[in-house]
Design a protein around this ligand. Sequence first.
Ligand SMILES: O=c1ccn([C@@H]2O[C@H](COP(=O)(O)O)[C@@H](O)[C@H]2O)c(=O)[nH]1
Ligand SMILES: [Zn+2]
Ligand SMILES: [Zn+2]
Length: 624
Amino acid sequence: CGDHGCYGPIDKVEHVRHVKRMQPGAPNATYGPKAPLEWGQVNFLHTTDTHGWLEGHLKEQNYGADWGDFVTFSRRMKQTAGNMGVDLLLVDTGDLHDGNGVSDATKQDGTKSMPIFDEIEYDLLTIGNHELYVTEVAYQMFNEYAKKWGDRYVTSNVKVLNQKTGKFEYVGATHRYFTTPKGLRVMAFGVLFDFTGNSNASQVIKAKDMIKESWFNEALASKEPVDLFILFGHNPVRPTDSASTFKLVLDAIRASHAKTPIQVLGGHSHIRDFAVYDDSAVGIESGRYCETLGWMSVSGFDSSNSGFKGVKNPHGVPNPSRPAKEGSKSPFVYSRRYLDWNRKTFLYHSKQTEKTYDYHSGLRVTGDITKVRDELKLGQVYGCAPQDYCIDCAPFTDPKNIFPGVIYPAVSAVVLNETRKDKSRIILGNTGAIRFDLHKGPFTYDDNFIVAPFRDVFLYIADVPFDKASAVLDKLNKGIVNKRFVSTRVPSDECTNPTLGYMSRRDVREPRGIVRRQDGVVPGYTTKDDWGTDGDDTEHSAIPSYRIPGYWEARASFPKDGSNPDKVDLIFFDFIQSLVLQDLGAGYTADMVQCYINCTFTSQDFMLPYAKLAWQENVDDCPL
Ligand SMILES: O=c1ccn([C@@H]2O[C@H](COP(=O)(O)O)[C@@H](O)[C@H]2O)c(=O)[nH]1
Ligand SMILES: [Zn+2]
Ligand SMILES: [Zn+2]
């Protein structure tokens, strides 16, 4: 199989057309930031869970900036900070691939995307779980990426096997102590949640054990003064999220540093969020997929509590004025903002126009992305999707939902072993393997990775009694399983709304009708966090979000008379093999499991053949 899967080389694609970026401007040009950012003594720009979306969202204008636009923005903002006499720190909290053709269409994930990602002058970076599923990727992080960033790459609880020494070693630094240009003395820890799905090339030290490590306690006991702790990581900021381990580490820091400010920056749960831990500890989480750029600012440093030598209240701009908690006695005040990832946002906050904005560095990066997209043929069109299909904006059984609308018919038609085509089959998958909505219009090679980026092999057990096989889905979806795999997707009760069901992915946490609507507002994030509803930089109307289960099932080649077969081939992703075996119960073991089509046919390989099969109508004239 080539780069384009097992369905022949690209010249066999009958309908080849290239999708070009949607231009900002009309028709929905009325959106935009509501007010200038509040600049403090130290400020943060935060990216997380970018998952390879370096081209931006070609089909969603509101998130349409590319990484080159961001390169320019980050440089302009660093200069602005310098001119104002304050600090600006750039931070990334991991999950760099699995989600887009730019990162996933190469033989090894990240080969073409990582050099593009590197173009930002980050001050702190750390590792995500998606850098640890695949052994080769973990080695790439250890041998190349971490080396490039030196002590800015902080992995306080993640080790990878050094193939030369045969020993597990920290991927990056355990911690970073540094002084900012304006004199703030910072101690930073980068902590991944207690991830257990890593390959055996890495070790993730649980937070409860990490805080007992001697290096950690020595760092906290160090005689070097610390003005600010930065606790960052691929780790949700919400303390009630069962995946988050930040609170544990924060409490460990507080045990010896009761009042020093702690700035938390997190990720992994793919939401916009802001959490207040105490009077001088707050945390921001900045969404996913280059939809959001997080902004935080902090003031309150003076000669009694820091080495800060910059400007106390930067002039000509608003300054942060809000204590973490009402009635706080701490000197520290904050602001937080979630910026939509588009050029209009970037232009507004850098006070530029379309004509003046671009830097050569940014344009060069945009050019590099275009080159990569061309080389990987990401714009090639395989079909014309007749409508929009979403993951959770419609109920799970609605034809607008991507599972009944696309995934079931696609796997039923395409995931077929010719030698067993007469056998009835049940195909099981985890909903988390389907990563993004599918838009009406041209379905490109890139969209294949956007919808189904993982290389999860289709496995099967032959001739399972129907009664046993058909009971698995329900068992998978009952409680324990969700906790085992998708803890960050499990709704907390506070997010459940009787009208809309579970609201999660876009942070829609208010019922329709109560959401602030105004003319010119386009659908998007309407975030509610510990400070309320004023964090979104651009006002949006809410997008409904329904509860979806953790697992799905499709059936194919069942008897035409509507009866059930005696036996079925039970097909499933390797990612969920252990759970399926567990739920089948006694008598089912790993040696009964085989590759279904072959051992390289994965979840990356069914969408393109389906697009060629089902979406050829209007393909030559498919409107974007
Ligand atoms: O091989 C894989 C790896 C992961 N998944 C799904 O992804 C989520 C984790 O994604 P985050 O971006 O870290 O939240 C995991 O829970 C699975 O649902 C997969 O399907 N296959
Ligand atoms: Zn992620
Ligand atoms: Zn993650």
